[in-house]
Ligand binder design. Structure first.
Ligand SMILES: NC(=O)C1=CN([C@@H]2O[C@H](COP(=O)(O)OP(=O)(O)OC[C@H]3O[C@@H](n4cnc5c(N)ncnc54)[C@H](OP(=O)(O)O)[C@@H]3O)[C@@H](O)[C@H]2O)C=CC1
Ligand SMILES: O=C(OP(=O)(O)O)[C@H](O)COP(=O)(O)O
Length: 357
């Protein structure tokens, strides 16, 4: 049983902790946080040992028992998943190294500084075979691009990818970043950092990306053009992507217009926090013109990296291979499954859809 510490219990950290707790081969050794806010209370109520980073007194005032400090958490962890804000993880590395404890970092950390980057579909085996002790799980947009481009490259060869990322302005809970009322080239420099970030896990891929930030919070939206190495028809692409466990092929009959509907679908299906761990690719958007492929996909930035963190732990210290880990992670979380009535609509058309047709 792998004991995993989670340092930083916010948007990503709390989701990673819950995903780890669901795994048959892992347990949450504890979580660390600086301030005893509502999330710290929720962590305590979820049964996670709460460790205080810095002054522990405010936790006592908030009736949150403290199991120790960050050092104490690392001492009882086989692996630590750092989910602190961008750039903070790099500062925590020395604590993990002092305990000789392998650690995962998130996409906000500098790829060069961490040294190795991870995406289960793109490079699980490379990380598992390697000797990296500190690995960065690539960010949500890079996760979404890597997951879809890897199978396309494997099946057809990819000559060039061009993607425009319409990025949400901030997460629903990030009120300090709003209110937002603009449309920004972001970054205004082209290509954006996303292409090189994809190259940290797919080094040979020729990809250019552009970023735009908009007044939205629910999901990112990608407009993707891939020039393949051979002519292909849209049906073959649909079949290839439908085989990917972490790609949800949004069917036309579901009448999903955008992230608003997708989040409703996830909540109706009883997903925790309305999370969508999968890339959401609109089936009807898939179009081909000779060797050129076009499609739209939506990425739930708060959760698509969560199963990746679970797999990255096994790649780092576990004994499972890529296929085993992904199956185990997906099964424990319910990735690719929508249990409520929407499941019938999403997969087979079901009674609801036929009534509408
Ligand atoms: N949100 C997103 O859309 C995505 C974020 N990421 C990446 O994930 C990482 C975390 O982001 P996110 O979860 O959104 O950030 P949040 O701000 O939501 O959460 C950060 C957490 O870390 C805690 N924290 C802050 N400083 C420290 C510290 N020194 N030690 C321990 N805990 C600390 C914060 O609470 P407190 O201050 O109370 O301790 C909070 O619990 C970043 O690298 C980000 O780039 C990746 C993909 C998507
Ligand atoms: O979109 C993200 O990063 P990315 O666009 O750099 O891949 C992550 O969701 C983090 O975004 P943020 O830095 O706007 O919180």
């Amino acid at each position: 049983m792998l004991r995993v510490g989670v340092n930083g219990y916010g948007t990503i950290g709390k989701r990673v902790a819950d995903a780890l707790a669901a795994q048959p081969d892992m347990k949450v050794a504890g979580v660390a946080k600086r301030t005893p806010n509502f999330e710290a209370t929720a962590a305590h109520r979820a049964g996670y040992a709460v460790h205080a980073v810095g002054d522990a007194a405010p936790f006592a005032e908030a009736d949150i028992p403290v199991a120790g400090d960050l050092d104490d958490l690392v001492a009882v962890s086989d692996v630590v998943v750092d989910c602190t804000p961008a750039g903070v993880g790099a500062r925590n590395r020395e604590v993990y190294e002092a305990h000789d404890t392998p650690a995962l970092y998130q996409g906000g950390e500098d790829a060069e500084a961490v040294g190795a980057s991870f995406n289960a579909r793109a490079n699980y085996d490379e990380i598992a075979r390697g000797d990296a002790e500190h690995v960065r799980v690539v960010s949500c947009n890079t996760t979404g691009l890597s997951r879809v481009l890897t199978p396309l490259a494997e099946a057809y060869g990819v000559e060039k990818t061009r993607a425009t990322l319409v990025r949400r302005g901030g997460d629903p809970g990030q009120s300090d970043r709003g209110p937002i009322n603009d449309i920004l080239p972001d970054p205004v420099t082209v290509p954006s950092h996303h292409g090189p970030d994809v190259n940290t896990v797919l080094p040979d891929l020729d990809i250019d990306t552009m970023g735009v930030t908009v007044p939205a919070t629910l999901m990112h939206l990608h407009s993707v053009n891939v020039t393949l190495e051979s002519d292909v028809d849209a049906e073959a692409i649909r079949e290839t992507l439908a085989d990917e466990s972490r790609i949800f092929m949004v069917p036309e009959h579901a009448r999903v217009a955008g992230p608003g509907h997708l989040k409703e679908l996830a909540k109706d299906a009883g997903r925790p926090r309305g999370d969508l761990w999968e890339n959401c690719v609109w089936e009807e958007s898939i179009a081909t013109e000779g060797r050129d492929l076009y499609f739209f996909q939506a990425i739930h930035q708060e959760s698509d990296v969560v199963p990746e963190n679970v797999d990255a732990i096994r790649a780092l210290v576990g004994d499972a291979d890529a296929a085993e880990s992904v199956v185990r992670t997906n099964r424990a979380l319910g990735v690719g499954r929508f249990d409520a009535p929407t499941d019938r609509v999403a997969t087979t058309g079901g009674a609801a859809a036929s009534a509408d047709d």
